[in-house]
Design a protein around this ligand. Structure first.
Ligand code: AMP
Length: 224
């Protein structure tokens, strides 16, 4: 019973892995178990774009091109977020850090306890991302084949319109995976050297997501 034994323990978790590897889905499950917030920089940035904030306006051009938003913008956003009271017992960072510069910046304002590195073959990832649809209202995600909504094109939770993100179209996915590969290697090395990194085999089918969650729970409990 992980949630009981975690009472009072501060757990700062980082999830690493390419887009589409299932980090977001697993993070939502872990957030429910551990009662600490799931902080997705991709979701925060998309929200800023939708609201038309100055951060959103600056970030949009990079997001639409499948490129990384500049480090300073994202780091400021994350630093402000983890300073919120709901992060006092810990948090699950998903999508940050993405570069070694971001990892060094993160170290300045938060002590990370464990880094879970999700891995899966590129073919699996491309199939997952290109079938993904997102709710315009609540950001819930579906897969047209593996986890379709009850009614086509509408979110099960709030009926919001489901759309394909501009950066989830095939050409852009390939660009994002390339950017990920280039940026990720030093980050993996950085956290491995720190002794914080554990690999998680995320190649399982969505119906076996429990196997991925279990690996995460075991790693987290070992790092307490
Ligand atoms: P995601 O939903 O995590 O795949 O993020 C979608 C897009 O948001 C990425 O392709 C980047 O343009 C941007 N983004 C998210 N997190 C970061 C980050 N830590 N650093 C730079 N850009 C980011």
């Amino acid at each position: 019973m992980i949630s009981d034994s975690l009472e009072g323990i501060i757990m700062n978790i980082v999830l690493l892995g390419p887009p589409g590897v299932g980090k977001g889905t697993v993070a939502e499950i872990l957030t429910g178990k551990y009662k600490i917030p799931h902080i997705s920089t991709g979701n925060m940035l998309r929200e800023a774009v939708a609201k038309g904030t100055s951060l959103g306006t600056r970030a949009k051009v990079y997001i639409d091109a499948g490129q990384l938003v500049p480090d300073e913008l994202v780091t400021t956003m994350v630093r402000d977020r983890v300073a919120q009271p709901d992060c006092s017992k810990g948090f699950i960072l998903d999508g940050y850090p993405r570069t070694s510069a971001q990892a060094r910046a993160l170290q300045e304002f938060a002590a990370i306890d464990v880094v879970l590195n999700f891995t899966a073959p590129p073919k699996t990832i491309i199939e997952r991302i290109s079938g993904r649809r997102t709710c315009r209202t609540c950001s819930a995600t579906y897969h047209i084949k593996y986890s379709p909504p009850k009614k086509e094109g509408a979110c099960d939770k709030d009926g919001g319109e489901l759309y394909q993100r501009s950066d989830e179209k095939p050409g852009i996915i390939t660009e994002r995976l390339k950017v990920y590969e280039e940026q990720n290697k030093p980050l993996i090395d950085y956290y491995r050297n720190e002794g914080l990194l554990s690999d998680i085999d995320a190649s399982y089918h969505i119906t076996e997501i429990g196997k991925i969650v279990k690996q995460c729970e075991l790693t987290i409990s070992k790092s307490q």
